[in-house]
Design a protein around this ligand. Structure first.
Ligand code: B12
Ligand SMILES: *[C@@H]1O[C@H](CO)[C@@H](O)[C@H](O)[C@H]1NC(C)=O
Ligand SMILES: *[C@@H]1O[C@H](CO)[C@@H](O)[C@H](O)[C@H]1NC(C)=O
Ligand SMILES: *[C@@H]1O[C@H](CO)[C@@H](O)[C@H](O)[C@H]1NC(C)=O
Ligand SMILES: *[C@@H]1O[C@H](CO)[C@@H](O)[C@H](O)[C@H]1NC(C)=O
Ligand SMILES: *[C@@H]1O[C@H](CO)[C@@H](O)[C@H](O)[C@H]1NC(C)=O
Ligand SMILES: *[C@@H]1O[C@H](CO)[C@@H](O)[C@H](O)[C@H]1NC(C)=O
Ligand SMILES: *[C@@H]1O[C@H](CO)[C@@H](O)[C@H](O)[C@H]1NC(C)=O
Ligand SMILES: *[C@@H]1O[C@H](CO)[C@@H](O)[C@H](O)[C@H]1NC(C)=O
Ligand SMILES: *[C@@H]1O[C@H](CO)[C@@H](O)[C@H](O)[C@H]1NC(C)=O
Ligand SMILES: *[C@@H]1O[C@H](CO)[C@@H](O)[C@H](O)[C@H]1NC(C)=O
Length: 430
């Protein structure tokens, strides 16, 4: 079965429409569109996942103008279903993504935002995040990636927020830009997108503030852009492969804050395309987070989607058939839990198993020592507790996953383990 998707051709047209807003992008060329097939396949699977994942996928697809009515309808249904069930137990960032997905490109779905008063609810959730920071040593209910999503959605959809409060919150010195002592490129990038939106509104006179506000926001942006660029790797990735899409978006909208020589966009794009072909973005959310950037789009485009000015046809190739599994062989790994003390065991699992399989096997062996709980999230199972000790945002604790003492860049449900590996879950602070 072959499905075809319509992708818009991005042209220089965009620049001539908005000359005042400096925006430098590099996008995949038409003859390379076939290289996006793995992303489209990955997002296709998302029809079986939760509503908030659907929101991220829908937003991403709309931004690049994919017009597959079946997927769109399915995603929309999930989002609406989720809204009707209970808005109060969505996190602020989940709600922000839902707002952006529904509102993207001014379709009739925008009505849902107003029917359910989602902007007002988002304002309340943003406020609750800030209040939590006041009560818990500057720690929000969730994290700054989500606060940035909040501000971005409120800015794009005319919600209200206080400019002095926002300039204070998003100061580049804020500790929440750092996770485990490391600048979080994803977080910084989302903040740059949000601040750029706010700055544009101030400059267009859509919102009023004292004259210093624009300068302060510009200064924040400049400093964040510098930090993002300092995480650029030799191969062009920024942070790691999963933060590069958000980083590209941030750099697209902030080109007045760096020199052309400081970032080779084409090199980053080429490496990303290579990673796509290697299957790096096989989970729906990962695919959704990279697709807009590859197409030269950003979340700031939700109100100005260019409709198919020259449609391009990209067919979704049949998935590569998996070769029959080799004769089942087993591997063994050294699995440990580190709190103050370290507990370890030798676990044997079938070849090709993931970290989670190891944890489950160990748990079966001794529930007291290796017992754990998890929660499904956009990125797969998130480990919430081990030995009954629970991660908590108020004190910035979490269960970190490591191999050979180095933090993994994938979760327990996706990381494939190797013979003889030293795997650890470590009680940590971010
Ligand atoms: C904030 C954050 C964290 C916080 C989450 C707690 C908190 N107070 O918010 C902390 C620092 C604890 C964290 C931990 C980890 N994270 Co993290 N995290 C993020 C970040 C920056 C934002 C997530 C978010 O709020 N999204 C928006 C909301 C609306 O979506 P959500 O699904 O509801 O968000 C929740 C989940 O994403 C969950 N979560 C956060 N990280 C991870 C990672 C995995 C694998 C899973 C399953 C869930 C999960 O926490 C969020 C809040 O509850 C993303 C960046 C990104 N691009 O998405 C990385 C990101 C999702 N994290 C990542 C990773 C690798 C991890 C760790 C596995 C790192 C490690 N070696 O231990 C651990 C998770 C281990 C575990 N216990 O299962 C990767 C995932 C890549 C992948 N292919 O799987 C990302 C994309 C960063 C990156 N560029 O590499 N993370
Ligand atoms: C929200 O909470 C209700 C009741 O507490 C629960 O049944 C429902 O599954 C939750 N919804 C989500 C999306 O988690
Ligand atoms: C909605 O979620 C809130 C918070 O999780 C919960 O207190 C409430 O009971 C839920 N309502 C419904 C109808 O599930
Ligand atoms: C926000 O307000 C501006 C004018 O102040 C208007 O042009 C724009 O369409 C509004 N956007 C939304 C999403 O309501
Ligand atoms: C912005 O940065 C410039 C140069 O770093 C500095 O001189 C100026 O005072 C800053 N402005 C504000 C409002 O912080
Ligand atoms: C897309 O491709 C299909 C078959 O490959 C063809 O039938 C259809 O006309 C094409 N559509 C456009 C807009 O080019
Ligand atoms: C792998 O382990 C399983 C269960 O421990 C066992 O049944 C199986 O025979 C083992 N396979 C090989 C090839 O050793
Ligand atoms: C297994 O890991 C633990 C904790 O890292 C370590 O102390 C132990 O020496 C390791 N065992 C082997 C056989 O490598
Ligand atoms: C680890 O040890 C420190 C110092 O003895 C103690 O304060 C802390 O509560 C311990 N942490 C856990 C989780 O047991
Ligand atoms: C773990 O156990 C397997 C067999 O049960 C053994 O072959 C392997 O050498 C052991 N590994 C370690 C690191 O002790
Ligand atoms: C689990 O480990 C603890 C500590 O080593 C031990 O006391 C307990 O008996 C073990 N339980 C099982 C089921 O092996």
């Amino acid at each position: 079965m072959r499905q075809s998707y319509q992708l818009p051709l991005l042209g220089l047209l965009l620049f001539s429409l908005v000359p005042s807003q400096l925006c430098k992008t590099c996008a995949i060329s038409e003859e390379n569109y076939f290289r996006l097939a793995p992303l489209l396949r990955a997002m296709d699977k998302s029809k079986y996942t939760r509503g908030t994942d659907a929101a991220n996928v829908l937003l991403s697809q709309r931004l690049v103008g994919i017009a597959d009515p079946v997927i769109k309808q399915h995603l929309l249904q999930q989002v609406k279903y989720n809204m009707q069930r209970n808005v109060s137990n969505l996190t602020s960032g989940q709600l922000a993504l839902i707002v952006m997905a529904l509102g993207a490109c001014h379709t009739q779905d925008e009505k849902v935002i107003y029917d359910y008063h989602l902007i007002g609810q988002l304002e309340n959730k943003f406020r609750a995040e800030i209040e939590n920071m006041g009560a818990h040593d500057g720690n929000p209910l969730t994290n700054y990636y989500q606060l940035s999503l909040n501000l971005l959605a409120l800015c794009l959809f005319n919600g209200s927020y206080s400019i002095p409060e926002v300039t204070e919150l998003f100061s580049p010195e804020n500790k929440n830009y750092y996770l485990s002592g490391q600048f979080s490129v994803d977080t910084g990038a989302m903040a740059v997108l949000a601040l750029t939106c706010v700055k544009r509104r101030l400059m267009n006179g859509q919102i009023k503030a004292d004259e210093k506000a624009v300068e302060r926001i510009s200064n924040h942006t400049e400093s964040l852009v510098k930090k993002i660029l300092s995480e650029k790797k030799e191969n062009g990735l920024i942070g790691n492969v999963f933060s590069t899409g958000d980083a590209m978006q941030a750099l697209f909208v902030s080109s007045d804050y760096y020199q052309e020589s400081q970032w080779n966009c084409q090199q980053t794009l080429d490496t990303v395309l290579e990673e796509i072909s290697q299957g790096a973005f096989s989970i729906p959310i990962a695919a959704a987070q990279i697709l807009p950037a590859v197409m030269g789009k950003t979340y700031l485009d939700v109100n100005s989607c260019v409709s198919s000015a020259g449609n391009f046809n990209i067919s979704n190739p049949v998935p590569i058939t998996v070769s029959p599994p080799d004769s089942p062989s087993n591997i063994s790994v050294n699995y440990s839990v580190r709190i103050n003390e370290t507990y370890f065991t030798n676990v044997t699992v079938p070849k090709g198993s993931v970290f989670l399989d190891v944890m489950e096997k160990a748990q079966k062996e001794n529930k007291t020592i290796f017992g754990f709980t998890m929660e499904e999230s956009e990125w797969g199972p998130y480990i919430t507790s081990v030995q009954g000790l629970r991660a908590n945002s108020n004190d910035r604790t979490y269960w970190q996953l490591l191999s050979g003492g180095k933090p993994l860049s994938q979760g327990a449900g996706n990381y494939i383990v190797h013979e003889g590996e030293n795997l650890q879950v470590r009680w940590s602070k971010y």
